[in-house]
Design a protein around this ligand. Structure first.
Ligand code: AMP
Length: 689
């Protein structure tokens, strides 16, 4: 029996054989193969009883001599010559280019050789040459060798035409070419036609969206007062309103950037239903992001709004979304599903957006909030009944989409809310899958507090020629209205500070206490409870209903103290928080800004108190920077802390081995400022105060 015995799946095996070069395999335990060439060639045969599938080839000295005709290197010694009895194997080498010919298609030739001679033939491939071993009686061996020589010489003749130059230089090429050319072709396996596959995909895409009804996006009628604004007036208005900056991100020729609307009427006069709602909620004038976003969205452009929660960004996309849905050519009752989708990173934000949405009633539109942790069955029930607006976290929506509970094809207005946070939370794959099912000619609005590379990439993928509205900078927008105090304390004294703070709270005070870990949140809130203090806690390990209850209690003022992790640092909108207490410093300065921005909202002033320990010295310089920009007092101790850290960093750089960096040396000597957004390990204990 030969090593090339073919099993039932011959076709598959032949394909392996015929398709290009052999796969190389390096043994996982080199020592085990000592004495053998480390390189082992995968011989694509079915497993033969008792034989390993990985055939090794001993790299003998001088094996590489013969070309074309095999060079006999094995011995026919022992019991010798022509006695007709069993012998030691007859071994010789042949070039790889000839092996295919000897083996034949699917091993047919080698089987034929074995049958006609009565010998047993083994072939071991090497890098350039293979070793042929013929077992059996000596006459059978000789006969088989003769036949193989004949086959090999034919091959050798064929091969020569590829390599006429220097033998050494052509050796590898020749063999490779030869092997490829000599192995009989596989039974007509059609080559993969990538071009037509791509065309088919495009055709499929086009077909997928072919039957879609027409879409309308432009509804803006510019008011006279807006149209008549001079460039100078527009510039002045933007400067006075959080330095609003608007840009056209379309490649090539830029479009005119719409002037801001300064009143609700300038934006929504043609839509009395919207104006009624605004009157109902009693807002006085649009926020800066609304003033610039409304004309852009109502003109039908995609929009990127770089703005924090608290700037009125939700209403900036909701109101034009209502108009967009209402004005679609296909009436609502003829659509297959919802018209607006808002994707947002957390359940809390989803619930908050829904709460904002439900303050407005327009044309009877209904909305649903879909989030992980919420009751899946009832979410499915509402979706099946029909709903106009979906506000969802990507994970749960993707789950319902994959299980065919929801049809996203009717969505014409898509919002990616807090895109940076969604990326931070790893939602990109789900977002991608969701958007694949949404018509490509939709209108898309994206909001984000920051504008890092990931968000830019997302906007390139999912928005078409967007305009961008940028409202103020992260630091100034969030912390301008907050009086910020910093206290440098010992870790073990923190609890005493928080208790003292609580003991001095006024009845109307409401404090959000931020801690670094869920465990600390539990620990601190139960300590406070034990002392008879009404408190709630909010962190990711709590059941969703408990989280909702905690937030509700805090919003309604049932409790005036909420202990929370950074789950609550972004986006949560509780108007009347008077104080933010940073029990633990957050993991980066951005999070500090977000936390502090939870107070001082909606025109109110607020205060924050931050406890720092010596472990937080790395952020001292960045914190000073933020405090200075917001005209806050910078404590002397904090300055000393920053200086010490900077000195420590410099010393480290000097003593660090050449080319290396000191432990934790991310900041270099440049004033101790780390890169924005990087995570800093605060567990350094080298610091001596
Ligand atoms: P947001 O940034 O969307 O989280 O909004 C923060 C809060 O501002 C929400 O409670 C809104 O109801 C409120 N808000 C939105 N627009 C305005 C406005 N033009 N004037 C006053 N408050 C507003």
């Amino acid at each position: 029996m030969s090593d090339w015995e073919v099993d039932d799946d011959e076709d598959v095996k032949v394909r392996h054989t015929a398709r290009g070069p052999q796969r190389q395999w390096t043994p996982p335990h080199p020592g085990k193969y000592s004495g053998f060439d480390r390189k082992t060639t995968w011989v694509p045969t079915p497993r033969v009883r008792g034989e390993p599938q990985w055939q090794t080839w001993r790299d003998k000295d001088g094996h590489a001599g013969a070309r074309g005709r095999g060079r006999e290197s094995g011995s026919r010694g022992g019991r010798g010559g022509n006695d007709g009895g069993p012998t030691t194997p007859l071994s010789f080498s042949v070039e790889n280019s000839a092996i295919g010919m000897v083996i034949g298609r699917g091993g047919a030739k080698i089987r034929e050789l074995e049958e006609s001679t009565g010998a047993r033939i083994k072939i071991h491939r090497g890098d350039f040459e293979g070793e042929v071993q013929i077992f059996g009686r000596s006459d059978a061996q000789l006969k088989a060798k003769e036949l193989i020589d004949e086959l090999v010489s034919q091959t050798s003749g064929n091969c020569r035409s590829y390599g006429q130059g220097s033998r050494n230089s052509f050796r590898r090429t020749e063999s490779t070419w030869g092997a490829a050319s000599q192995i009989p072709p596989a039974p007509a396996l059609p080559p993969i036609d990538w071009v037509s596959m791509r065309e088919n995909r495009l055709k499929y895409e086009a077909m997928k969206w072919k039957e879609l009804p027409p879409l309308k996006k432009e509804f803006y009628i510019e008011a006279e007062s807006v149209l008549n604004l001079t460039a100078e007036e527009v510039k002045q208005w933007r400067k006075e309103n959080n330095n609003v900056f608007v840009d056209d991100l379309k490649d090539g020729e830029k479009r005119p950037i719409p002037n801001p609307v300064r009143t609700f009427l300038e934006a929504f006069q043609p839509f009395p239903g919207i104006m009624d709602n605004i009157l109902k909620v009693g807002f006085v004038k649009p926020t800066p992001v609304q003033s610039q976003a409304w004309p852009v969205i109502l003109k039908g452009f995609d929009l990127i709004a770089i703005a924090q929660t608290g700037t009125g960004k939700t209403l900036a996309y909701l109101l034009p979304g209502f108009i967009h849905m209402d004005q679609q050519p296909v009436p609502r009752d003829k659509r297959d599903g919802p018209g607006m989708l808002v994707l947002t990173p957390t359940r809390e934000l989803a619930l908050q957006i829904e709460a904002e949405c439900s303050k407005y009633s327009y044309k009877g539109f209904t909305s649903i909030c879909i989030y992980g942790g919420g009751d899946r069955k009832s979410q499915i029930k509402v979706v099946s009944k029909g709903v106009d607006i979906i506000i969802a976290t990507p994970g749960r929506l993707n789950d319902l989409q994959m299980n065919d509970y929801i049809n996203l094809k009717s969505i014409t207005y898509l919002v990616l809310d807090e895109a940076d946070r969604m990326l931070d939370m790893g939602f990109e794959p789900q977002i991608m899958k969701i958007i694949l099912d949404i018509r490509p000619d939709r209108q898309t609005v994206m909001t984000s507090a920051t504008w890092p590379a990931g968000v830019r990439r997302l906007s390139k993928s999912y928005l078409k020629d967007p305009m961008m509205v940028y409202v103020g900078t992260l630091d100034l927008a969030a912390v301008d209205t907050v009086e910020q105090s910093i206290l440098i304390v010992q870790e073990e004294d923190k609890k005493a500070y928080v208790l003292d703070f609580i003991a001095n709270m006024e009845p109307e005070d409401k404090v959000l206490i931020f801690v670094g870990k869920k465990l600390v949140a539990d620990d601190l809130s139960s300590d406070l409870c034990l002392q008879g203090i009404a408190v709630q806690s909010l962190h990711g390990d709590r059941e969703q209903c408990d989280r909702e209850q905690a937030l509700d209690d805090f919003k309604k003022g049932e409790v005036r103290i909420l202990v929370a992790t950074d789950l609550a640092s972004r986006g949560l909108d509780v108007h009347d928080i008077t104080h933010v207490f940073n029990y633990d410093f957050p993991r980066n300065i951005e999070e500090y800004v977000h936390r502090v921005g939870r107070t001082g909202r909606a025109g109110r002033s607020g205060a924050s108190l931050t406890l720092l320990t010596r472990n937080d010295w790395r952020i001292a310089a960045e914190l000073i920077h933020i405090l200075e920009r917001a005209n806050q007092t910078v404590p002397e101790e904090l300055v000393l802390m920053a200086e010490r850290y900077e000195k420590h960093q410099r010393e480290r750089e000097l003593t660090a081995p050449r080319g290396g960096r000191g432990r934790g040396g991310g900041g270099g000597g440049g004033g101790g400022m780390g890169r924005r957004g990087e995570y800093r390990d605060r567990g350094d204990s080298d610091w001596k105060f």
